[in-house]
Design a binder for this molecule. Structure first.
Ligand code: TRP
Length: 76
């Protein structure tokens, strides 16, 4: 990440309406910088970038990363 503008991709698929994908800033100041709302069946493909180091997902969704696939608790 230090010499590139992009990192790993991840995929989020909403299993209900109104799933929120929230990007958090990289660096010493960690704050929300973007909130994307997905409706059921919508898919977001995104990357970790020089601006985004963490992502928070709210709602029922499937998340795929290079570390594996997981469901948010609400999907259990
Ligand atoms: N402008 C943001 C960035 O380049 C877009 C973005 C990338 C984003 N990955 C994200 C927004 C993950 C929310 C969640 O970092």
């Amino acid at each position: 990440m230090s010499n590139t503008k992009s990192g790993d991709f991840f995929v989020i698929k909403a299993l209900q309406d109104g799933v929120n994908v929230i990007g958090l800033t990289r660096g010493s100041d960690t704050r929300f910088h973007h909130s994307e709302k997905l409706d059921k069946g919508e898919v977001m493909i995104a990357q970790f970038t020089e601006h985004t180091s963490a992502v928070k997902v709210r709602g029922k969704a499937v998340i795929q990363t290079s570390h594996g696939e997981l469901y948010t608790n609400e999907a259990e």
